[in-house]
Ligand binder design. Structure first.
Ligand SMILES: Cc1ncc(COP(=O)(O)O)c(C=O)c1O
Length: 411
């Protein structure tokens, strides 16, 4: 018996619904998950369980830096899987050493050592712990205060959540970790109003992602750097979202010409395989001794191989130049869209991390784009983030902005 095309599509639509219903029953309802079940991806496209294709400008929230199933990435992971998947940090493994060497080399001596973990929040935890250890050693036991920027986002674990200056993420979880003080992003006076000799660390996202894609002022950053030097304060950059090539530079800090003492990386570092990292100068890193910090899975051979495959490609100057030129294309197309669409209020961003602010809630825009085959991410109520894979093509950028234009025309 042959099934008509209509009947086939009704069948597959219910396949997706079935999976969604099953997921809703057994997964904790912590996410506002869209009713879509993704099954595979290739390059800048993903496919759902019904076979519908989407242009992926979400990249798993800035994670799939090389797109989906990049051949070098697949090869690196496949090879490693048949050699050694895990051995713990009781022993060295080669991919972790090579990855640390590569990151240190790319940093051009800004950092000397790496610590690997499994996520962004865990990288932030490591950075906070290392800076408090350092401060206690060099500034005294009572020096524990950490300054964090208004509107920031650093993750969901207790330390990272305490550093996150958005109360909506903190509600219901008090008491938080003590001694975090919120200062105003891009306002040096707000920092100066603290007793800086009692401050252990200052943590900053050079580009705030979850907060709506806001860039730090480079003059502010330079003043912060000078204050940190003067008062022996550890300067931490959270580049979990904006780092590893997304800004058009390997480290976003390079575009502001200010180097931190510790940088936290994750997301795009592993290209889809979970890994986080902190990199630090020797003078800071040496505050950690054996047993002071750790992670069973941190930098395991699989995660390190995945990250090494990404970093080998993204750390290349030509690749970074291509990110910058694709960023220009994307910005020009979105600026053109803004000229035709009065509900777009602002366009902000760096490299392939773009925020488009509307004067209306963006949830329906994101849903309609998905219906028309384009995945985007929100940031708060009124900002849409465009976070394509760093390997995105000029044609794909055109296609994405075309879909967004279509959707906006019918708003
Ligand atoms: C700037 C920043 N820091 C930390 C995190 C937390 O990372 P993860 O979700 O991997 O724990 C995120 C995640 O969105 C982030 O954007």
């Amino acid at each position: 018996m042959t099934t008509s095309l209509c009947a086939q599509s009704a069948q597959s639509a219910s396949a997706q619904n079935d999976w969604v219903e099953r997921g809703k029953k057994v997964l904790m309802q912590t996410y506002a998950t869209q009713p879509m079940v993704l099954t595979e991806g290739k390059g800048s496209y993903v496919e759902d369980v019904d076979g519908k294709r989407y242009l992926d400008f979400a990249s798993g929230i800035a994670v799939n830096s090389l797109g989906h199933c990049h051949p070098a990435y697949v090869e690196a992971l496949t090879k490693q899987l048949s050699k050694l998947s895990h051995c713990s940090n009781l022993y060295y493994n080669q991919p972790a050493i090579e990855l640390a060497e590569k990151l240190v080399a790319i940093s051009n001596s800004s950092f000397d050592r790496a610590f690997f973990c499994n996520s962004g929040a865990e990288a932030v935890e490591g950075a906070l712990k290392l800076s408090r250890k350092y401060a206690k050693k060099h500034k005294g036991e009572s020096c524990t205060k950490i300054l964090t920027m208004s509107n920031s986002f650093h993750g969901r674990t207790y330390g990272a959540l305490s550093a996150t200056a958005q109360t909506k993420y903190q509600e219901g979880y008090s008491p938080l970790v003590p001694d975090f003080t919120v200062v105003e992003f891009n306002n040096i006076d707000s920092i100066l109003s603290n007793d800086l000799d009692a401050v252990a660390a200052i943590i900053i996202e050079p580009v705030q992602g979850e907060g709506g894609v806001h860039l730090v002022d480079s003059s502010f950053l330079k003043e912060v750097r000078a204050l940190c030097d003067k008062h022996k304060i550890v300067l931490i950059f959270d580049e979990i979202q904006c780092g590893v090539g997304r800004s058009g530079y390997f480290f976003a800090s390079e575009s502001f010409a200010v180097s931190p003492d510790i940088v936290a990386l994750a997301k795009g570092l592993g290209g889809g395989f979970p890994i986080g990292a902190i990199l630090a100068k020797e003078s800071i890193a040496s505050a950690f001794n054996a047993g002071d910090h750790g992670s069973t899975f941190g930098g395991n051979p699989m995660a390190a191989s995945a990250a090494l495959a990404c970093v080998n490609i993204i750390g290349n100057e030509q690749f970074l130049a291509s990110v910058k030129s694709k960023s220009e294309l994307l910005v020009a197309a979105v600026v053109d869209l803004k000229s035709k669409c009065p509900s777009i209020k602002a366009i902000r961003g760096l490299g392939l991390m773009l925020g488009v602010e509307f004067d209306l809630p963006v949830k329906p825009i994101i849903q309609q784009c998905a219906a028309q085959g384009l995945l985007l991410v929100g940031a708060g109520e009124k900002v849409v983030r465009l976070l394509p894979p760093l390997t995105v093509s000029a044609d794909e950028i055109k296609e994405a902005v075309g879909i967004l234009a279509n959707v906006l025309a019918v708003q």
